[in-house]
Design a protein around this ligand. Sequence first.
Ligand code: PLP
Length: 452
Amino acid sequence: SRSTLEWQQLDSAHHVHPFTDPKALTKRGVRVITRADGAYVWDSDGNKILDGMAGLWCVNVGYGRQELVDAATRQMQELPYYNSFFQTATPSQIELGQALAEVTPPGLDHFFFANSGSEANDTVIRIARHYWHLKGKPNKRTFIARTMGYHGSTLAAVSLGGMPHMHALDKVLLPGFAHIMHPHWYTLGGTLSRSEFGIVAARALEDKILELGPDNVAAFIGEPVQGAGGVIDPPETYWPEIQRICRKYDILLVADEVICGFGRTGQWFGSQTFGIEPDLMPMAKGLSSGYLPISAVAMNKRVFEAVNEGGLLAHGYTYSGHPAACAVAIANIRLMQREKLVERVREDIAPYFRARLQELADDHPIVGELRGSGLLAGLQLVKDKAKRTIFTTEDDAANKCRDLCLDHHLIMRAVGQTMVLSPPLIITRAQVDELVSKVKIGLDLTARHFGL
Ligand code: PLP
């Protein structure tokens, strides 16, 4: 096999990296990840690194699960590909629907398959607009989403999302998308209590609906906990109020479960943790634990019945319900059920993980707050804890902290000035201890760098 330097030279000769500043890549050189097991990955220098991000919030069952590999292998030998366009279906497509219906909230039991979270959200947009067209209200087209929401990287998904730096790349959004404030109490709550702020942030939806006119609004979409926008779990008053407003104005409610789904928050879906009853529920990542690309959109009876009676659904992908990806997703769900991973997160490991991180956050001079839910955590970096002053983009404390953690063999992600953790659901208490002690080293060294 090649040396690290050879890998790096070859990589920079041909590979354009997603969401990466090429200058930063040149400075440190790409780290080549060559293998993985459980909660760890290894790089091409043989370093063993604790994966605090479960890949990209997706390897929920951990690395090296042979039964997922076997499911893919068997399926690829038997039937590597067939589509579901020609009034056809394959056994693994059919059985994945059955397995999913066992774990999704009651009523959300029809599924459209795609390959990524972005495609799932494009599908949501098309299905919601199709739905209103079928209902005789074709003007109900606009989607309302939130600033700092992340829904993917296709042109429609990026317009749906509210990430300012992503909008800047294209300068303009597609028409038909509007955004309201994200429910981040720490930065936007002012003097309001958390629960008062939850209501205020949700009422921004009502204001936006009235501004646009309810007859022009198709749906509201939100992640139960905003992930890539900084792991923002809303106050407990927020989602019930959003739900009430959607019902009042007859707006479809979409819960983007791409990160929160499959046990991350201690229930199968974040909607269950936060008491949301969505009409449409896109999911990806944890659906196959990232072993193969696959996503799905769950729809409730109301949407399914309209779509089912609406004639041709002119939408789909060559790899909608790819047989091998479906086989892996079934094996993944069965494994999670057998090992009771969701219960384990809720009752054992997440409470421990959060208690350990909370101790660290309370004591640490550069941590303003711990956010998140279950095994999804964000640590807000601040330069003045008392005044809640967040580091600036120029300070770049979070990327500094990320690099320091990596030097100490922990993968932690920096989003804005928040440090993010989303470890595999199989992480043990001993591994949580290792993770927290490495996070502490990263934070201590970052604080020292800034003289704090
Ligand atoms: N929705 C959410 C909430 C996500 O976090 C992501 C990816 O991180 C996506 C959608 C897009 O998924 P993909 O990268 O698979 O297109």
